[in-house]
Design a protein around this ligand. Structure first.
Ligand code: ZN
Length: 272
């Protein structure tokens, strides 16, 4: 089996997770910028984090033979402080040319507040000005539907944004169609407790088909399972999916989306 982990917060994982992922057939991992579990106190905290994502973590992944890419932003949970958000967004351009940076993400909304929406629009403008792809985080539970609608409206109202270069992540049964119908890609996050289980994800894949969809484990510092993409592939096999159809969802689809960024290249021997 081969697969791509398109959304994994590896800074919160141990080296054994890298070993397990490579052993299971992981071809590369992509790491969006996210909340650290606490609010950073200044722009310097973000500067250090962006250095970690673009310098240290790719080196750590390379020790296990795993290509590492990342996305940069100030995440929605820390977007209430507009002054801090402006300062962080101002330092992002100096990191965009680094070889493992794929775009702006994971941006979006958390509580659907006015300030979060303003910071989302600032990020969308940043992505448009620098011709960057976008990875979107959608809110949890009761905030998800309203938040997804607000995010899609914000993206569609900026004429510079091409939907095929945007992925709306953490979709569930009630939001997947909104993202796909608007022309975006959609991601399903496989969590053991919330978001989406493997069985629910496969149900959605069987209902909507395998186009413009990917699976990820998000594997962060909370309760999460770094191998949930290959575990889901095993469940797909058990449910009668062909090897080709599984490969399309767990490898070819993320490869197609991510390859829109010129910097996204996998070592030759890994590409069929
Ligand atoms: Zn995430």
């Amino acid at each position: 089996m081969r697969y791509i982990e398109p959304h994994g917060h590896m800074v919160s994982r141990v080296t054994d997770d890298y070993v397990d992922m490579v052993t299971a057939g992981c071809a590369c991992v992509c790491e969006p910028a996210f909340w650290a579990g606490f609010d950073r106190s200044s722009v310097n905290g973000f500067n250090d984090y962006f250095c970690q994502l673009t310098d240290y973590e790719p080196k750590r992944a390379a020790k296990f033979g795993l290509p590492h890419f990342c996305w940069l932003c100030i995440n929605p949970k820390e977007s209430e402080d507009l002054k801090l958000a402006e300062e962080v967004i101002a330092i992002i351009p100096q990191f965009l040319e680094r070889p493992n940076v794929l775009g702006i993400g994971e941006i979006g909304l958390n509580k659907n507040s006015r300030n979060e929406l303003k910071v989302l629009e600032m990020h969308v403008d940043l992505a448009a000005r620098h011709d960057q792809m976008i990875l979107v985080h959608t809110p949890h539970l009761e905030d998800k539907l309203k938040g997804t609608r607000l995010i899609i409206d914000a993206l569609r109202s900026d004429q510079r944004i091409r939907p095929e270069r945007v992925i709306i992540d953490h979709v569930e049964e009630h939001t997947i169609q909104l993202a796909l119908q608007a022309g975006f890609w959609a991601g399903m996050t496989l969590y053991p407790e919330s978001k989406c289980s493997p069985a629910r994800a496969i149900d959605m894949l069987e209902h909507y088909g395998g186009e413009r969809l990917w699976l990820n484990s998000a594997c962060d510092w909370g309760v999460s399972i770094p191998l949930n993409v290959p575990y889901t592939a095993l469940e797909m096999k058990r449910r009668g999916w062909s090897a080709e159809d599984i490969d399309k969802v767990v490898y070819q689809n993320p490869l197609e989306f991510l390859s829109q960024c010129k910097k996204f290249r996998l070592p030759k021997h890994r590409v069929s």
